[in-house]
Design a protein around this ligand. Structure first.
Ligand code: SAJ
Length: 421
């Protein structure tokens, strides 16, 4: 059996490597020629613990090779991005163009009996749509039978649920929800996952599997929004939100998440919109949660501006350009190097546009600042500790060990509860 993985990004590459580590022949396909070349050298183009060793071994032993064009295989796993698009003044809607392109490419090499699994997070109905695109584009079929058990190929949805930073372990250990277009499709997909999954494989319909994934991330988004809203309320009422949450969580049925500078990454800040765009009238709480989390970075910027104004009032001999702001962390969450959709990065960008004085960035997980921050200085916490305004944005491991006394000496804005525990 040959397994082809379409899309060699944060999900596709680890999946391809884990399957190859079970001594299965895996063909990885990606439109990014550079990524393909990197992988074929046994190297990786993304940062994820343990992945480099796995890819290196799989390529060296001949189980994994990458290409830019699909080749015939028995199973196709589609792990391409599903972003959303937004037209002026309209709702955000899912953009399925990469799934469509992948379907059209696979269709050229598809043969009866093959299995196609959509792993990308998708709006409800996307798997049916993918089956239709596959059928339309197959050169070997004049009147394709796309639905029901008579279909000559198998189609299923099996959403990925791994946590960045723990992908290799979670790919193996997590339970999988498998939604086939028919029962036969679910069974075929289950047999594939049983090659490497130690968790349970639970079967359902494609639509339920699609909704399950969107529900998981919306659940987290709504719960983070609750924590973020609490932090804004507590700020107004002069209550330490971190202490408050700790106390409330002593209740046996209360488990509040942690507030932060906003919600980042390419999943939780995106997926709830896939529900809202389908059911805008009904998804009121889910939409509001998105809005609460999306507005948090602007609130943080407002707090920094206020802190600078207060500082200048207390130090009338100084002007704005004498004020130094130290920003701790720019990644989208702790202990990773991923800047995608990072609220911390958005905050520092806004501050760079606004502030005439020095902005320092302390980010132990990257070597160079992105271009959008070329006016800021990348430095160490040791160098930043004398800055006038101390802004904690990401709870990286190293920051948790810092001297908490700092909070008493400087103007401190702690978005992660590290100093103001
Ligand atoms: N965050 C908070 N407070 C919290 C928890 C998280 O502010 O208490 C913030 C983080 O700082 C970050 C964002 O939320 O900016 C998202 O981080 P995360 O760790 O909650 O999730 P992701 O985006 O890394 O991964 C999520 C996971 N989904 C769930 O936990 C339900 C993962 O299992 C999914 O596979 C992944 O989305 C995905 O690909 O969909």
């Amino acid at each position: 059996n040959t397994i082809s993985v379409i899309g060699l990004g944060y999900i596709g590459l680890p999946t391809a490597a884990v399957i190859a580590s079970r001594r299965k022949r895996v063909i990885g396909v990606d439109i990014n020629r550079q990524a393909v070349e990197t992988i074929n050298r046994g190297e990786i183009h993304i940062v994820e613990p343990e992945l480099d060793m796995l890819v290196h071994a799989a390529v060296k032993e001949g189980y994994l090779h990458a290409t830019t064009q699909p080749e015939p295989a028995d199973v196709f796993l589609v792990a391409v991005p599903t972003p959303f698009k937004q037209e002026e003044g309209k709702e955000k809607i899912p953009d399925l163009r990469y799934i469509r392109a992948a379907s059209e490419a696979i269709a050229q090499v598809l043969k009866p009996g093959d299995l196609v699994i959509l792993e990308s997070t998708s709006p409800v109905g996307a798997t049916e749509q993918m089956a239709a695109w596959l059928a339309e584009a197959r050169p070997d079929l004049t009147f394709p039978q796309t639905h029901g058990e008579e279909s000559d190929i198998r189609v299923a949805h099996c959403p990925e649920r791994v946590l960045p930073g723990h992908v290799v372990r979670e790919l193996v250990e997590n339970d999988r929800v498998i939604g086939g277009m028919t029962a036969k499709c679910s069974n075929a997909a289950t047999a594939l996952y049983e090659i490497f999954v130690e968790g349970e494989c639970i079967t359902t319909t494609a639509r339920t599997a699609e909704m399950a994934k969107l529900t998981e991330n919306s659940f987290r988004d709504v719960n983070i929004a609750f924590a973020n809203e609490l932090s804004i309320i507590c700020d107004k009422l002069d209550i330490n939100v971190w202490e408050l949450i700790r106390l409330a969580n002593r209740h046996p049925r209360v488990k509040i998440l942690q507030p932060g500078p906003g919600v980042g990454g390419h999943c939780i800040a995106v997926d709830p919109w896939f529900i809202v765009s389908e059911t805008p009238e009904e998804a009121r709480l889910i939409r509001t949660a998105r809005e609460v989390n999306d507005s948090k970075p602007m609130w943080v910027v407002g707090k920094v501006k206020q802190a600078v104004a207060d500082y200048l009032q207390e130090n009338p001999e100084k002007s704005a350009k004498d004020v130094t702001i130290a920003c701790y962390g720019i990644t989208f969450k702790a202990d990773i190097d991923d800047l995608r959709e990072s609220p911390a990065l958005a905050i520092v960008e806004q501050l760079c546009d606004w502030h005439s004085g020095t902005i320092q960035v302390i980010e132990p997980n990257i070597d160079n600042l992105p271009e959008s921050l070329n006016e800021a200085q990348l430095t160490t916490s040791e160098n930043a500790k004398c800055s006038d305004i101390q802004l904690m944005l990401v709870d990286h491991r190293g920051f948790k060990k810092m001297d908490k006394q700092l909070a008493d000496q400087k103007k401190v804005l702690d978005m992660r509860g590290i100093w103001l525990v």
